[in-house]
Design a protein around this ligand. Structure first.
Ligand code: ADP
Ligand code: ZN
Length: 656
């Protein structure tokens, strides 16, 4: 409904504009020269005007050739409304103008207003427009939808956005470079039978540049960019969303190669049947239509569908199947280095004072997204302008930071230095234990950049596809998962709520070891619980399913507690023995925020934090020669790693 009102308003605006332009045109066509009132009066007093026409909003004066009676010139000016000779004389005499007055004619005061001539016309148009809309909706939602659908998708061609406008996301650029190549010459790929992903899902928190990335891909490839938002689809009547999707894809097919970008895809792509009420609602039909359209792609079609969401876990699994959004790219909050680069990109067109150090600004803006950094620079520029300064200085930047921090959603996400240190120790605890326990997967990445509800994360990646989970592996996993909590106990001598997700994970694992996998000697090789997930509201049935007694329940609890406390003791011992490694790692984390396999290896060999930071900076500088360089074809190593990135094999430790 809201949309319709908007459309009507737009039509009215257009009508008014056309009418006004028409009026101006008629004036121009009439050849009247626009004068200021005093210029007009000068002409009048100089006797250049023989005929004066006074109407409601302006005066027109004509120079008449006395011999032929032809109009030689016409002037107009905005002047007071006067409707009779006496008033006019009084007005002119009041101005002290004493000349021979020209012939004067007056507009009819009632007909004089331009509105009086336009209003009936407007009325007619209005009625026609209303009639048109009533007809439209009377013939069913379908037509209205077609109309809306067409209006909804934004098309942008010749986008000027390039990868160089997206700062600090080299890995993502590399992954997307392949898509750019494909869009530039789809035939080249299809001739070789290569299957190019038809859908790319960009996952990350708001403001991290997902839209910017999609635009940059279109810009780099020089293809049109069709964009819609998932939330646009939801508010309409049944059938409209699906129709819109169809129209969008039809339009895209006529403009290949191109990119379709669906922002906030979770608005339509939420797991089906999970909501209360369920059923075939509008959202579901829209989602189905997206799936149908994506399945309908021919291999040689040059359409890439990109979608953005901040929650991949709530998406319907059907969306993620091969041939649909089978490529997933995580776009995370930037780390220090990334923040510095983003600040530099956005400072490109702003005069910055020479004493501004982006490194410092980057350091104190932990937790800021790209959008927030852009916003902070903008606030700083506004402040500088209000102070009549020529350049933006540190003072304005710090005020800008505060302004962004005070923003409505930001408050809860401020990351202070002491938060950072705490998270760093927590993650270092996980990472060090993952390295020390020989059955843990190798550590791939450790970060204190918030992700989802977690303050930081430690990512391990299996070396083989071996999915067998042994007793030793589980015990090590429990030990490593307790690492965060243990590190807090040792260092901060207090515990935070940060480990709640870890503890949940640990108790789940221990419970299943005892009740499902027969890994406890005390309870023996009996499965006390099936592997079925427990649905909400079904706990009451749980007890009878297991069918065990109170004593057994107590024994199970005791076994779980034993497993966990043994792991806790082991974790504490290991971390105490390797305290210096943990100290060094957390210092590097506070400084650099994210570290990878190489740095972890160095630290585990006993490297000092200074050494590791120097090592990282050297590598950054090597890249800095060509900061926006990205391989046009991804390296071999990358391709090999790709699959495990998207499968569940990658275990992540997230802490709330
Ligand atoms: P998202 O789609 O992830 O919510 P956007 O792409 O809309 O985020 O980002 C909003 C704005 O934030 C961008 O227009 C850009 O100005 C800025 N921005 C975000 N990330 C980056 C980045 N990596 N480099 C440069 N600017 C960025
Ligand atoms: Zn943790």
């Amino acid at each position: 409904m809201n949309k319709r009102t908007k459309t009507i308003i737009w039509i009215l605006v257009a009508v008014v504009a056309v009418v006004l332009v028409g009026f101006l045109m008629s004036d121009i066509l009439g050849g009247a020269t626009e004068l200021t009132f005093s210029e007009f009066m000068a002409k009048l007093q100089a006797g250049e005007i023989q005929e004066l026409y006074v109407d409601a909003y302006n005066w027109e004066g004509y120079t008449i050739d006395a011999a032929s009676g032809k109009t030689l010139a016409a002037y107009s000016t905005v002047a007071p409304s006067i409707y009779n000779y006496a008033d006019l004389m009084e007005f002119l005499n009041g101005l002290g103008a004493g000349v021979a007055w020209p012939n004067v004619s007056f507009a009819d005061p009632n007909a004089g207003s331009i509105w009086s001539s336009i209003l009936p016309l407007l009325g007619v148009i209005l009625v026609a427009v209303m009639f048109f809309f009533i007809m439209r909706s009377a013939t069913g939602g379908g037509n209205a939808a077609m109309n809306m659908g067409k209006n909804k998708a934004h098309v942008q061609s010749n986008l000027k956005v390039r990868f160089s406008d997206v700062a600090g996301a080299e890995e993502e650029k590399e992954e997307l470079a392949e898509i750019v190549e494909f869009l530039k010459s789809p035939k080249k790929f299809s001739a070789l039978g290569a299957r190019i992903p038809s859908g790319v899902l960009l996952v990350g928190p708001p403001g991290t540049g997902k839209t910017l990335f999609a635009k940059a891909v279109a810009g780099e490839a020089g293809v049109p960019f069709f964009s819609v938002s998932g939330s646009d689809f939801v508010e309409m009547y049944v059938g409209v969303g699906a129709k819109r999707v169809r129209d969008l894809f039809d339009m895209a097919k006529k403009n290949q190669p191109c990119i379709i970008f669906i922002d906030e895809i979770d608005a339509v792509g939420r797991r089906r049947g999970a909501g209360l009420g369920g059923g075939h609602d509008e959202r579901e039909q829209t989602l189905n239509q997206i799936l149908v359209q994506m399945d309908g792609f021919e291999t040689d079609e040059g359409i890439i569908v990109m979608a953005a969401t901040n929650r991949a876990d709530i998406l319907d699994p059907a969306l993620l199947r091969p041939g649909r959004f089978d490529r997933q790219i995580n776009v995370n909050l930037p780390d220090v280095k990334g923040r510095e680069q983003i600040l530099k990109v956005h400072a490109r067109n702003k005069p910055m004072s020479p004493d501004v150090n982006f490194k410092t600004v980057a350091r104190i803006t932990a937790g800021f997204s790209g959008a927030e950094l852009a916003n902070l620079l903008n606030e700083a520029a506004i402040l500088a302008a209000r102070k009549n300064k020529r350049t933006i200085g540190n003072l304005e930047l710090y005020d800008g930071i505060n302004k962004v921090l005070m923003g409505p959603q930001k408050k809860s996400r401020v990351v202070t230095e002491s938060d950072k240190r705490c998270t760093a120790y927590h993650e270092a605890g996980h990472a060090v234990l993952a390295c020390l326990c020989k059955h843990c997967d190798p550590v791939h990445e450790v970060s204190i950049i918030p992700r989802g509800r977690a303050a930081g994360y430690t990512m391990t990646r299996p070396e083989t596809d071996d999915n067998d989970v042994s007793y030793n592996k589980l015990v090590d996993n429990i030990c490593m998962s307790l690492g965060g909590r243990v590190a807090e106990e040792l260092v901060i001598q207090d515990v935070t709520t940060g480990a709640s997700a870890d503890l949940q994970h640990v108790s789940d694992l221990a419970r299943r070891m005892v009740t499902q996998w027969g890994m406890s000697d005390k309870l023996g090789l009996v499965a006390y619980d099936s592997d079925q997930p427990v649905f909400m509201g079904m706990e009451y049935g749980n007890q009878s399913r297991g069918g065990y007694s109170q004593e057994t329940a107590a024994a199970i609890d005791a076994e779980i507690r034993r497993l966990i406390s043994e792991a806790h003791a082991r974790a504490t011992k290991l971390l105490k023995e390797n305290r210096s490694i943990m100290d060094n790692m957390s210092r590097v984390l506070v400084e650099k925020e994210t570290i990878y396999t190489e740095e972890v290896a160095l630290l585990m060999k006993g490297a000092d934090y200074k050494e590791v930071i120097a090592f990282m900076e050297e590598r950054e500088n090597a890249h800095a020669d060509n900061p926006f360089a990205f391989a046009t074809t991804p390296s071999k190593e990358h391709i090999v790693e790709e699959p495990s990135e998207t499968t569940d094999d990658t275990s992540e430790n997230k802490d709330e």
